[in-house]
Structure formats: structure tokens, C-alpha cells
Design a protein around this ligand. Sequence first.
Ligand code: SF4
Ligand code: SF4
Length: 352
Amino acid sequence: MTITLRQSIKEKARQLGFILAGVTSCQPPEHYPVFESWLKKGLHGTMNYLAEERSRTRRADPKQILPECQSILVLAMPYSPLLRFSGNQDDATFRVASYALGDDYHEIIPPLLKKIVDFIEEQVGHSIPNRYYTDTGPTLERELAQRAGLGWIGKNSMLINPGTGSTFFLAEILLGIELEPDEVNITDHCGTCTRCITACPTQAILPDRTLDAHRCISYLTIELKGDIPPDLRSPIQDWIFGCDICQMVCPWNRFSAPADSALESNLQLTQGGISSSDLSISPVEFNQRFKRSPIKRAKRRGFLRNLAVAIGNKGNKNDLPLLEHAMHAEQEENVIREHARWAKEKIQGKNA
Ligand code: SF4
Ligand code: SF4
């Protein structure tokens, strides 16, 4: 049996730790209008970069990113099993979304994508126009993944594979060579299930499989830079960076695949448990502790804002001195002071 180039590329991807790989064409994404309508309704919150003309044009057509594009290789890299849903739920620590408990995947995955490009170029004997991304590229990567046969977009808006659930990062490589697209055999398996919709504490999941970013805890704790709307602070519970709830309740995640050892060795827990005492972390300590973690994206201000809210939601009176200290010590940081004040009053029962 002849091994095709597509098969060899997938084998190489598997060796590098990607658990799913599929090929799709460079056709514009069919559901792009859903994204446009989501933007028009302002559901992207303050993520204005998504609505910029250049970003929209490129999302609407992969050839606007790479004019020579003929095929797109879409890949999935699992979170380490050690990290999945392992946010400690005991009384003393606070929860971080599983994907963010380890090293920053934005730094781990791109070098692996480069290795795949190198491999393809070696196989064909010449250089190939290419562009690769994980998460941050101007593509509708979940739709591309669905089109490449990796899974279906669930009601929680995650890409779900019937064999591995949704606990993986997606990545894509736009290629200036023609590879035969994969057949799409996976259909929507959500059926009548509505567990994610019911479990979402902020009612952020919309009927068209998109999210209202304004309400989603991931947005509120990572992307939003200013004050968290007061009515959404209590539903955030003890999440301080992202939220796993709509993945934790999804029945397909009982099939989450074991992570590849190549990635596990890179994606180690980088920050340990986060506790109330971290409310006094200095700028230098924050930078040192989170320099390899996605948490640095929230910056110290966002991290402490989120932690103050979560402390308020835990409601432990022993944390009152820490909140009072933050209200006085953070003179330059109104956002931190305001959320520490809210948390203090919540613990004291003034804004329950
Ligand atoms: S991540 Fe959390 S807040 Fe966002 S949609 Fe899922 S359950 Fe809701
Ligand atoms: S929880 Fe149910 S409805 Fe939500 S994504 Fe999973 S299968 Fe679909």
C-alpha cells in the first residue's frame, strides 16, 4: 500500500504529540456569517481586534492570509491529563481553567508546527508557502477543524471529538500545496443534551452555538481589563482565570485522550495552587511566578481583581485582613481596590 503525503504528515504530527489531524481545503468558511452577526450584536465585548476590517477579511477567507494557500492542516494537542479539570476545589485554593494550569501553549505549540512544515518541505523537496497558528490566528479554527473531520462544534461552542472530547488545543497550518481533503464523517452528537447550557453559571451560552462574551467567565477573567460588572461577580464563584464548567459537564469528556508524553514534558504545572495570600503578590513576584504561564495574560491587575472577587465568593472571614490590606496598599490600582472592597462587603454580608 502506498503511503500518501497526507498520511506521512499525520504520522509525523502524531509523533509530535498531536492526537487529531485532518486536512481541509482553503474554501472560505461556510458559517462566517454567524461570526459577522455575532460581531454586529456586540457579543465580542471589548475584544475589538476581532471586529477590525483586516481581521474580518482574513477570517472570511484563508487566502487573504496566504494567497498561495491550497490546503489547511488542522491539528489537536491535548491538555495534559494531569491538568484537565484539576483546578483544586478545596477550601483553600482557587480554580484556574485546565488549559491554563501548565506552560503557555502559545510558546509550546508553534515550534512543533514549524517542525511539521520542515517535515513537509523535506518530503516534497522544496520550500512551501505556509502560515501557522494556535488560537490567536485570524481564522475560524473550530469551523476549519469541523471541516477537516476532527469533530463537531458543540452547543458549548467547543470542538468535540467523539473519541477524545474537547480537552485539546487546536492549531492550523495553511499550506501552499494541494493535499487531498479528509472526508467528514463526524456529525453533531449533542442531540437533546443541554447540560452545558444549564450548568453555565452566567447563562453565557447562546442557541446558535456561540457565547455571549460579556457574560462568559473566561472573558470576564482574562479579556476584560476594567471592572467586572457587579451582577456577574458572584456567579464567577472561585474561578480566577477562565472556566471549565461547560467542558466538565459535557459527557463526551469522559473520553478525553491521554496527553502525549512529548507535550507533557513541556506542559508542566507552572504555578501551583493559588490561595488568598497571593493577594499580596508583588509585581516582581507575579512576573517571576507566571512568566511561563498563560495567566500572565491577565496581568497582575487582572489577576488580583479576579482573586479578590473569588475571595469574596468563598466568604471566609479570615481573608478580611488581606482584602483590607489590598484596599490600602494598591493606591495606584483602582480596579483592584474596588474589587477588594466589593469582596470585603460581600463577606460582611452587605452585598450578598
Ligand atoms: S466557560 Fe464557563 S462561563 Fe463561559 S460559557 Fe462555559 S460554563 Fe459558561
Ligand atoms: S454538554 Fe451536551 S449539549 Fe453541551 S456540548 Fe456537551 S454534548 Fe453538547
